[in-house]
Design a protein around this ligand. Structure first.
Ligand code: ZN
Ligand code: ZN
Length: 368
């Protein structure tokens, strides 16, 4: 018996409930979770904006220690410290061989089904009801069974908290800059929404030498943190006309690349208006299923702007997690600063409420 943060129906509360894990399949790994970030996608799954099945264990940004492995697992052994990847890939399908395992034709349907790769579920509650796991993970739990390919070994000197953050917010934000937009030294950048993902966009843009990094948010604390992580300018979206402010800060031209990290169609439009005539908009935030992006159609022939979607930072999780943790160990990527608050699992509902209220860059649930 273990405990997990479960949502029974869309719009319902997050409850900490007793959960029994099933028997290990040949490619399963049982992990004792040490730390799990709380991400906007968890909240979206709770509300139903992200139409994942219920009941579901939330959490997809976690790290911990391997407790037990299935008969055919070769990658990890009990005692290994691991971070978990919210994307799994087969290595054989066309996107995989093209170097975009984040788009794996085998893995994506599995993680969206919130089942394990064999189609089964591995957790039940006290009444015997089967429970899904967010992205086949469900890291907001003391213990989970996950697919072996979702585990990535981490160095001994990296904390579980830092490793957990890499699993979603860091891969998504840093990857959007390095893999997707490929921001270059001297570029100008705007970041709309400076939470757990946007702050990683800011620091990655600083790392590659962007000349101007304009942070946009509605919270003073996040704008301050963005400046600490390398933003050159801060725009308070509560009081300023964001597009006018970005244009003013770039001599009227707009930025080369604008990142939308909130997940609202209207803000993608705002990003579109804030880039240069040849600029790029990278849409990162997870929007509601019924939200739409409206763009001025005429501009498609009177400009050469690019609108890019971006899934999980266009990451190659196994490669990029290791690279980002190495940059963290060298002090080039800052992860400890991203953790605003720590919560015990029993306070997970408060962690979710704080996320709703935009109080945290990242709230992390630390298991007892
Ligand atoms: Zn996430
Ligand atoms: Zn694949």
């Amino acid at each position: 018996m273990t405990r997990a943060a479960v949502v029974y129906e869309h719009g319902g509360p997050v409850e900490v409930v007793d959960v029994t894990l099933g028997a290990l399949g040949p490619h399963d790994v049982r992990v004792l979770i040490a730390a799990s970030g709380v991400c906007h996608s968890d909240v979206a799954a709770q509300s139903g904006a992200l139409a994942f099945p219920t009941p579901i264990i939330l959490g997809h940004e976690g790290a911990g220690t391997v407790a037990e492995v299935g008969a055919e697992v070769t990658e990890v052994v009990p005692g290994d410290r691991v971070a978990l990847s919210a994307i799994i890939s087969c290595g054989r399908c066309r996107p995989c061989v093209e170097g975009t395992p984040n788009l794996c034709e085998w893995g994506l349907p599995i993680i969206f089904s919130c089942r394990q790769p064999d189609g089964g579920l591995r957790a039940t509650d006290r009444t015997g009801r089967d429970i899904y796991q967010f992205a086949s993970l469900g890291t907001l739990a003391e213990e989970v069974i996950v697919p072996d390919i979702a585990t990535v070994k981490i160095p001994d000197d990296v904390s579980f908290e830092a490793a957990a953050l890499v699993g979603c917010g860091v891969l998504t934000g840093v990857g959007a800059v390095l893999n997707r937009a490929r921001v270059e030294a001297g570029d100008t950048v705007a970041v709309i929404g400076c939470g757990g993902v946007g702050l990683n966009v800011v620091q990655a843009a600083a790392m590659v030498g962007a000349a101007s990094i304009i942070a946009v948010d509605r919270e003073d604390a996040k704008l301050r943190l963005a400046r600490q992580l390398g933003a050159t300018d801060a725009v308070d979206a509560r009081s300023a006309d964001v597009v006018a402010a970005v244009r003013h800060l770039t001599g009227g031209r707009g930025v080369d690349t604008a990142f939308e990290c909130v997940g609202r169609g209207a803000l993608v439009r705002q990003a579109w208006e804030a880039v240069t005539i040849s600029g790029t908009v990278v849409a990162i935030g997870v929007a509601a299923g019924d939200d739409v992006v409206v763009l001025p159609a005429q501009e498609l022939s009177t400009s050469e702007k690019t609108l890019m979607s971006c899934l999980y930072g266009s990451s190659r999780p196994r490669l990029d997690m290791a690279r980002y943790l190495q940059l963290y160990r060298q002090g080039k990527l800052r992860l400890d600063e991203l953790v605003t608050r720590r919560y015990p699992l029993d306070d997970v509902a408060r962690a979710v409420a704080d996320l709703h209220a935009a109080r945290n860059a990242r709230g992390v649930v630390v298991m007892g």
